[in-house]
Design a binder for this molecule. Structure first.
Ligand code: NAP
Length: 339
């Protein structure tokens, strides 16, 4: 049977919010696989803020994406044909799929294909709570943030992919956790469903006053997903020996790589509080992913860790789904179900 692959290629570098016209849908016959290759049918694709950098041609950690190339991104799916010794028909795999319905892979190191078992949970979790997103929460908080008992934690973009696990992960090991978000709907969700003790709507509330109220002795761990002004304010409220986890900085992911960075005014508070600010790249922890996953599956089964996914349907929804991250529309991990 002839299979037709649909894929979205980069048609234009974005300016402002992402437009459908920044991509072009192309169709082509799925090639017959050769020795050493396998064919995967995509089930879910993941969305991440860093993708805007791919479109701008400068993620730093990846090779530049050229106009006309398949948009880069991670996915999960099922192997439907194989002439590769390590991947069999019926295996569920995750890896660098690109924005397309079928993927032919040789299983190279670049493709980062791996088999997974989500133990009865949806395969989507391999891109969310049991994938890179969840591991970012786990290693960011426990290893980089070095969370200790009875500490007080502040999280920005608390209702996002990484943030939506951090309420639960904080409570599993420590004390009070407060989340920042942009709407009252998400604020309610944080305290009612996502394990946060308190939440702040940073668009309409006085953040400084709210931080003084919730952190009278200062913040022990600030998990920073947004950078910019919110990071600056959090620095001004650090407690002695605090840790700032520099995970992401979506507020500064502007339209051009040349846009000037926000200049922090309160960085001196790191020194005066003998605090630490530490960045990390989640793949530095790759050797420990399996161990973290095992622990997290245990917590999910015990009901101590819940997860939130925001799923659109259809490959053509990928541009809209990516935009949702920058518009603050996603609630939990943003995904697209492709097949
Ligand atoms: N270090 C690593 O290895 C690593 C790995 C994975 C991800 N990351 C980073 O971790 C962060 C979270 O990733 P994610 O995939 O879970 O994304 P995410 O938090 O779901 O990102 C989307 C959310 O960001 C918030 N946002 C958007 N524009 C903003 C702005 N101008 N100012 C403040 N907040 C804004 C919105 O939440 P509100 O509406 O609540 O503001 C939005 O819903 C990202 O910055 C990402 O780049 C780092």
């Amino acid at each position: 049977m002839t299979l037709i692959n649909k894929r979205l290629v980069l048609a234009a570098r974005p300016s402002g919010l992402i437009k459908n016209s920044d991509f072009r849908m192309e169709e082509a016959k799925v090639p017959d696989i050769q020795d050493g290759e396998f064919l995967v049918k995509t089930k879910y694709l993941s969305l991440a803020p860093v993708m805007k950098f791919y479109m701008l041609d400068g993620a730093g950690i990846e090779k530049p994406l050229q106009l006309g190339e398949t948009m880069r991104g991670r996915g999960v799916g099922e192997v439907i044909d194989s002439r590769h010794p390590d991947f069999q028909k019926g295996d569920f795999v995750g890896g660098k799929f690109g924005w397309q319905e079928y993927v032919v892979s040789k299983g190279t190191a670049y493709d980062m294909m791996y088999k997974f078992d989500v133990e009865g949970l949806s395969p989507s979790t391999a891109l969310g709570v049991l994938g890179v997103t969840g591991f970012t929460s786990y290693f960011g908080l426990y290893h980089v943030g070095a969370l200790k008992e009875n500490e007080n934690i502040l999280v920005s973009s608390a209702a996002g992919g990484v943030g939506s696990s951090l309420g639960f992960l904080s409570k599993i090991k420590s004390g009070k956790v407060v989340g920042l978000t942009s709407t009252n709907e998400k604020k309610k969700l944080l305290t009612e469903k996502l394990g946060y003790d308190f939440a702040i709507n940073y668009k309409i509330e006085n953040i400084s006053e709210q931080l003084d109220k919730y952190f009278p002795e200062g913040i022990d761990v600030y998990f920073d997903n947004v950078g910019g002004e919110i990071l600056d304010l959090a620095l001004s409220k650090l407690r002695r020996y605090a840790r700032v986890v520099c995970c992401g900085r979506i507020s500064t992911y502007k339209d051009s790589l040349k846009t000037q960075e926000y200049q922090l005014k309160n960085w001196h508070k790191v020194g005066s509080n003998r605090a630490k600010m530490e960045g990390f790249f989640i793949y530095d922890f790759e050797a420990q992913f399996a161990e973290a996953k095992k622990e997290m599956i245990g917590w999910i089964k015990e009901g101590r860790l819940k997860y939130q996914e925001d799923i659109l349907q259809g490959l053509e929804k990928m541009p809209e789904a990516l935009n949702r991250l920058f518009e603050g529309k996603n609630i939990g991990k943003q995904l697209v179900k492709v097949n």
